[in-house]
Ligand binder design. Sequence first.
Ligand code: SF4
Length: 294
Amino acid sequence: MPTRIEWADESWNPVTGCSPVSIGCEHCYAARMARRLAGRYGYHKADPFTITLRPERLAQPFGWWRPRRMFVVSMGDLFHPDVSEHFRRAVFGVMSYAGEHTYLVLTKRAEAMRTWFAGTSLASCQSAFLRGSWSAAQEAAARHGEQLVRMTHSATSKAIAARHHRAVDGIGNKQWPLPNVWLGVTIEHQSVALMRPQHLAWTPAAVRFICCEPLLGPIDSPNLGLGMPWGVDWVIVGGETGPGARLMRLEWARALRDQCKADGTPFFLKQIGAKRPTPPDLRIRQFPKEITRD
Ligand code: SF4
């Protein structure tokens, strides 16, 4: 569905749900939304933010004709340990076959992402998706019952039959890591700024980005890997929003902006939070050089 997140134009949520990992999770937007949707749209009534695999959404990118910049799993975390190995691979399989889109995968579980990539191949992802209409449906059956299974089959096969015989013909992206998948980690505070960028550095990716949102304190920017040979290609900064939002001090954002400028790294300031207007010197919305915002 279209997203209001300024650095993407679509969100794709074949998985929803998560659990907190660090202080940035305290006012999690996705958890708040899930609570609002409890009992509807497949969100569990009693525990709406539990990890929920949604195989009926797997083939959605095949149905979007215009190339999109997609935030993958904006309503959770694809690298949560409760997301099954098979299903995670199937999600990457779709990204390889529906290769006209750009996918942005963002996690706080940087170590899990690194470990997963070390043990995964493109072939296993493509095969997980192609076999997935069966096994994903079985997972759905265990969670949601027969009705969803029928939807799964119909949505998946319709999308493939209508447009994407290339998937069943095995015509997909042959490069790994996928050139159209950008991997990012969230760094909200200095306390997590040591390890997460390190794990990102060791994860193969076409584009690596760091999202400092909500920015909750000053970050010693060399820790982010700016200017390092392995490269951070993009830095996003934002203040916290919503009820109980913690204030982002402008000097924290300015320090990151200046470091990005010095290193030639694109910098994107989303908003400064607390419904404050963004001062002119922080109105910067750069993207990695491969793309331009229309
Ligand atoms: S990791 Fe992200 S999605 Fe998960 S609880 Fe934290 S903020 Fe929410």
